[in-house]
Design a protein around this ligand. Structure first.
Ligand SMILES: Nc1ncnc2c1ncn2[C@@H]1O[C@H](COP(=O)(O)OP(=O)(O)O)[C@@H](O)[C@H]1O
Ligand SMILES: [Mg+2]
Length: 571
């Protein structure tokens, strides 16, 4: 091939200074090796081996420098994104902890788990991409164009033709994939929900031989996830070959344009080689933009979901009151009505007036579903009354700070929550600073000492997750000991003695009366025998206070109470 000398002042000095000025050194160094080292264009066709060696050494130097920068950028990008993710995850978890029960239900447990784990990982990936990908892609793209045009303006024709095609291609695929990312995360929520329900409820699933059904349910959720995942992946598997095709055609076009320009003496073969590398860099950058778009779309969809959690204002807001009150252990319901949020306004409690005095042992009796648990859940503000006021120690519960209010109250719930640690630590949850002696005293009052001592490890015996290594009655007693240990002014047992035999229950109440005389004790029960000896008993019927008084008074005045008594005790 006849290679004409490019017109103008093309000597080796000019050539070298030209290579110095570019950001995009590498392709130019390649060009220098070809033009001067091999073809010897400015030396009458005599190549220069030492120039090849020197330039080669510079290229190796550049590679090492690039390698160092790559490592540093990787280290910093990962440090940054991991710490960012860590902060967001903690903030999201804090927010989840502050949500009310109703808000947690609205998100669903599975969705909250996905949001705090997978969604935040997606955002983390986006941050890494932002730091590593954006700058690099932009430099590759803009630098490539400048360098290529500086070789010769005619190469711009190729860029001008290829670019719109690629942009259209990216827009088309991103437009289609974008809505799928939000769907993808929802499908993941569904999968997590099924998984979580099944792991938590594995005993029931097995007892009812529902494995096949649950497997199908899991299969359906999983298929849904895979289907969406595949739609995204297939979309992008069309995209890459199409982009590659445009890239390859562009390379051929650059060679063609280059050959014409070499023929006309405007550029050298080395310039054409450099131009080919530049066009690949430019188009690669555009393809990378596609990856970044994908990551951004996904990150934005996940970001929106995490933001929903972070922005969810806790329904139960703190009041400002946290001083010691003059009264200790008084609870008053003033014309309280309540309906569960999202239950269509159906009243669970209706115009209820009730005062429980300090130190009193107060029984709450009623059929299942009449609203007993709901009533006491208003005291520690698990929910807020829809109408009326709940007062603790003569202060509206909404005026307290949550920690001050809940610090005054110890609740043992209907379903005992047991954590997977030792029995001792489970009890010490009520007061982490408690000494072993205090823990033992609480266990004594809760009638738990006997079974704890029968365990090999005693208080140090580890409990399986969910308390599965304890019987129902044992779990209840651990929960009772925990509540007792808290030594709060108001002690609430929500049907916590249902799994205890009457003798153990009687001993428990005796111990409470003896050792915690000053504490207000609210005992919810379905068995009349459990509350018969309380100072006063409230009978709840369908969300209303049907009667209130001592056992004797109620026997005399309340027909409902007599009915319950007759049905339970008179055989
Ligand atoms: N989180 C909830 N959302 C909607 N309705 C609820 C919720 N919890 C309980 N209920 C309804 O409120 C009523 C009273 O429930 P509850 O107070 O638990 O009864 P009890 O403790 O007396 O057996 C029931 O009809 C129950 O279905
Ligand atoms: Mg209940």
């Amino acid at each position: 091939m006849l290679i004409r000398q490019p017109t103008g002042k093309h000597n080796i000095l000019y050539a070298q200074s030209k290579y110095h000025s570019a950001i995009y050194y590498f392709p130019r160094l390649m060009g220098l090796i070809v033009d001067e080292g091999v073809l010897g264009l400015s030396n009458g066709g005599v190549g220069d081996v030492s120039l090849v060696m020197r330039t080669g050494a510079r290229m190796i130097g550049l590679v090492l420098f690039g390698c160092l920068c790559g490592i540093l950028s990787g280290v910093f990008a990962n440090l940054c994104s991991q710490n960012f993710g860590n902060d967001v995850r903690k903030a999201a978890f804090r927010r989840v902890m502050a949500l009310s029960f109703e808000q947690t239900d609205r998100f669903s447990t599975g969705s909250l788990i996905t949001r705090v784990t997978n969604d935040i990982t997606q955002i983390q990936n986006l941050v890494t991409q932002c730091i590593r990908g954006f700058v690099r892609t932009f430099l590759l793209f803009a630098g490539g164009i400048v360098c290529m045009l500086s070789l010769h303006l005619s190469f711009g024709v190729v860029v001008a033709c290829a670019m719109p095609l690629i942009v259209l291609c990216v827009l088309f695929f991103i437009g289609r994939a974008n809505p799928l990312f939000a769907v993808l995360q929802e499908k993941l929520d569904r999968l997590n929900n099924v998984m979580q329900e099944n792991v938590a409820g594995t005993r029931v699933v097995k007892a009812y031989v529902r494995e096949a059904y649950e497997k199908e349910r899991f299969g359906a959720a999983n298929d849904g996830l895979v289907e969406t995942q595949l739609r995204v992946l297939l979309l992008f598997s069309y995209m890459t070959p199409i982009m590659n095709m445009i890239l390859n055609v562009s390379v051929v076009a650059v060679i063609k344009v280059g050959a014409l320009q070499v023929g006309a003496g405007n550029v050298t073969p080395g310039d054409v080689m450099a131009a080919v590398t530049y066009i690949s860099q430019i188009l690669n950058a555009v393809m990378r933009v596609n990856m970044i778009f994908q990551m951004v779309s996904r990150g934005v969809a996940s970001g929106r979901r995490v933001k929903e959690v972070l922005d969810c204002e806790p329904a139960i807001r703190d009041g400002g009151f946290d001083e010691a009150a003059a009264v200790r252990g008084k609870v008053e319901f003033r014309d309280v009505s309540f309906s569960y949020p999202g239950a269509g306004g159906e009243r669970v409690l209706s115009h209820l007036n009730l005062t429980i005095y300090p130190g009193e042992t107060f029984g709450v009796l009623g059929a299942t579903g009449c609203g007993k648990s709901t009533l006491v859940s208003l005291i520690p503000r698990f929910y807020d009354a829809t109408e009326g006021q709940v007062l603790v120690d003569d202060v509206d519960v909404r005026d307290y700070t949550l920690s001050a209010l809940r610090g005054r109250i110890a609740v043992a719930l209907q379903k005992s929550e047991i954590f997977s640690t030792t029995i001792g630590e489970n009890i010490a949850w009520g007061d982490p600073a408690a000494s072993e002696e205090q823990i033992r005293r609480a266990a004594d009052a809760a009638q738990a000492t006997e079974f704890i001592d029968a365990k090999k490890g005693g208080l140090d015996e580890r409990v399986a997750q969910g308390g599965h290594s304890l019987s129902g009655g044992q779990k209840q007693r651990v929960a009772i000991a925990r509540a007792v240990l808290k030594n709060a002014e108001i002690l609430i047992f929500d049907d916590t003695t249902s799994a205890l035999d009457l003798k153990t229950e009687a001993k428990l109440y005796e111990a409470l009366k003896r050792e915690y005389a000053g504490t207000t004790k609210i005992l919810i029960a379905q068995r009349i025998a459990s509350v018969k000896d309380a100072d006063r008993i409230a009978v709840i019927d369908n969300g209303r206070l049907a009667a209130c008084g001592s056992h004797e008074e109620l026997m005399e005045n309340s027909e409902i109470y007599r009915d319950i008594y007759d049905s339970q005790l008179k055989r």
